[in-house]
Design a protein around this ligand. Structure first.
Ligand SMILES: Cc1ncc(COP(=O)(O)O)c(C=O)c1O
Length: 432
């Protein structure tokens, strides 16, 4: 008989469901940006974007429980909270993006967006970046490049590189030249899709490129990709599962940082602050076309409880000025991290935007050899100092710092001290 919680998990959920950390964390409660484990130890959460407005936010809990105590039902009846939320969500978008399909997860939202794009264009060709993740459905497994899938990228998928100025600028490369070379690769990928008869249905991209490791893309790169895809008849799908709802500080949606209006926007994780809520926002034209050809129905998506939760998340973001918090605290943390990375030749520049950043760790002073093992040790070291974060990027060597927007200025010393101490312990450790 398995006895520990870990053994019971292995005996039921299996050993392949990912768990963070060498010693998995057993969490029992959360409040704001603080989490408590089974032994009563508190951790500052500098990793999770699902509890966007804070763990167990009292207003979200109150909205959810009040609606659950009143009515929760599938989506084939009229319900005022559902339409109220649809209106509130759509009011956050540029003109023309005025229809919403609700979904239950980011995967479901992306799957639907690609289905709409394929039907609209009568094409299957898909463009994604060369280290990305957009979900776990059968179709999305075939466009996944940043995680192991048995399917692997399908023949109708082309992956392109996202240029990172942090990688090339110290070699004296000109950003415009870097951008144009990267766009030429996208153009070649489009040519291949067309010459192989797949056509171009869409590009699916995340405006902050989080799985890719927060590359510092040259000005005009994202716009350039969008131009090429549209010229080939394809649609732009902006995956806002990570970058959305003010995460990047300067704008409410990540894609707005690039002056882009996508054809389809997909949302998930933070939209319901932990409640399973996701969405696809698109144009009336695309929604009409898809709706008239498909009897699309989704039992749970956008039910009254989910809707009041999503609506309250939007209100809390406004009332607590969380986009402003993201920008202001993001700047403060970044300034401190800039000082830290300047102290060690083996640390790359601070990357990211708003309350989403990190820096790459190398094993050499010339910063040629990304060091995943070192980054992992720092993640563990930060945890042992009571702060949770993670790592990302193709080599797993970019520290990932992405706290809930409920972070307060008073939390910054805890966050920064843990990172500084863990980095300095790593840098001063005797090589074994
Ligand atoms: C950018 C991005 N898109 C989509 C997804 C899939 O979302 P979900 O796990 O809710 O299906 C993820 C999940 O990590 C993600 O990071």
């Amino acid at each position: 008989m398995p006895t520990s919680l870990l053994e019971r998990r292995f005996a039921t959920i299996g050993r392949h469901s990912p768990l963070f950390y060498d010693e998995p964390l057993h969490l029992v409660s959360g409040s704001g940006v603080w989490l408590t484990d089974a032994g009563g130890r508190r951790y500052l959460d500098a990793y999770n974007n699902v509890p966007h407005v804070g763990h167990a936010h009292p207003r979200i809990v109150a909205a959810m429980t009040a609606q659950a105590a009143t009515l929760n039902i599938h989506t084939r009846y009229l319900s005022e909270p559902v339409v109220d939320y649809a209106e509130a969500l759509l009011s956050r978008f540029d003109e023309g993006l005025d229809r919403v399909f609700f979904a239950n997860s980011g995967s479901e939202a992306n799957e639907l967006a690609l289905r709409i794009a394929m039907q609209h264009t009568s094409s299957r060709g898909m463009l994604v970046t060369d280290f990305s993740y957009h979900g776990n459905t059968s179709l999305l497994a075939q466009v996944t490049t940043g995680l192991r899938t048995a399917e692997g990228p399908a023949p109708f998928v082309r992956a392109f590189t996202v240029p990172d100025l942090d990688d090339v600028e110290h070699d004296g490369a000109d950003p415009g030249t870097v951008r144009d070379a990267a766009l030429a690769e996208v153009a070649r990928a489009i040519d291949e899709l067309q010459s192989e008869g797949h056509g171009v249905a869409a590009v699916l991209l995340e405006s902050i490129f989080s799985t890719e490791g927060l590359p510092r893309v040259p000005e005009g790169f994202v716009e350039g990709v969008a131009r090429l895809v549209r010229a080939a008849g394809g649609l732009i799908v902006a995956d806002e599962v990570q970058a959305g709802l003010g995460r990047t500080g300067s704008t409410f949606w990540g894609f707005q940082r690039h002056g882009l209006v996508p054809d389809l926007v997909t949302m998930g994780k933070p939209l319901g602050n932990g409640h399973p809520l996701a969405a696809v926002v698109t144009t009336d034209e695309l929604a009409e076309e898809f709706g008239s050809r498909n009897e699309y129905f989704n039992t749970f998506a956008g039910n009254p409880v989910s809707s009041v939760v999503g609506h309250e998340v939007l209100r809390v973001i406004d009332d607590e000025d969380l986009v402003g918090v993201s920008a202001r605290l993001g700047r403060l943390i970044r300034a401190e991290l800039d000082v830290l990375v300047d102290s060690y030749d083996e640390l790359g520049p601070v990357k990211g935007d708003g309350l989403f950043f990190g820096f790459q760790m190398f094993s050499d002073a010339a910063r040629r050899r990304p060091d995943a093992a070192r980054t992992k040790r720092v993640v563990e070291g930060v945890k042992s100092r009571g702060v949770l974060l993670s790592r990302i990027g193709p080599t797993g060597s970019v520290l990932k710092i992405r706290p809930p927007l409920a972070l307060r200025e008073a939390d910054l010393p805890t966050l920064l001290e843990a990172i500084r101490d863990a980095v300095s312990a790593e840098m001063n450790a005797d090589p074994a």
